[in-house]
Design a protein around this ligand. Sequence first.
Ligand code: SME
Length: 137
Amino acid sequence: RNPEEGVDNRLTAVCTLLQETIPYYDWVGFYFRNGDKEELKLRSFAGEPTDHEIIPFGRGICGQVAVSNKNFVVPDVKAQDNYIACSIHVKAEIVVPLFKNGENIGQIDIDSHTADPFSQEDESFLEWVNEKVAEII
Ligand code: SME
C-alpha cells in the first residue's frame, strides 16, 4: 500500500470541502513542484477535470506564483496576459503559495465563475489552510 495515498485522499477531501462550502470557489486544486523539475504538477482537485496537470514555472498565474512566492489575486482573468485558461466559465482566480520549512513547495489554486469575488479574508483563510496542509505532507 502506497503511504502517499492517505495524504492524497486528505488533500482531495480539503479541495472538496472548500469547493462545496464556499459558493464562489468553483474549482479548487493543489499543485506541487514536480520533483526537481521547474514545473508544477496537479496533485488533487475538486471541480471539472483540467487539461493543465503540468504547468512550467513562470507560465500562467500558477507558474508565476511558483517563482514569486507571493499570493496572486486575479479579479478579472481577461485582463491577464500570462494566464492559462482552464474553462470558459472562469472569471477570477486566486493562487496562494504553500510553504514547508520556509520553502515554496506548491500552491492552492481556486477558480471562480463569479467576477472579482476574492478579498483579503480569502487570502488569510487560504494561507491558514496551506499552513495546516504543510503539516500533513
Ligand atoms: N489558470 C491557471 C491554470 C490552472 S487552472 O486554473 C486549473 C493559470 O493561469 O496558471
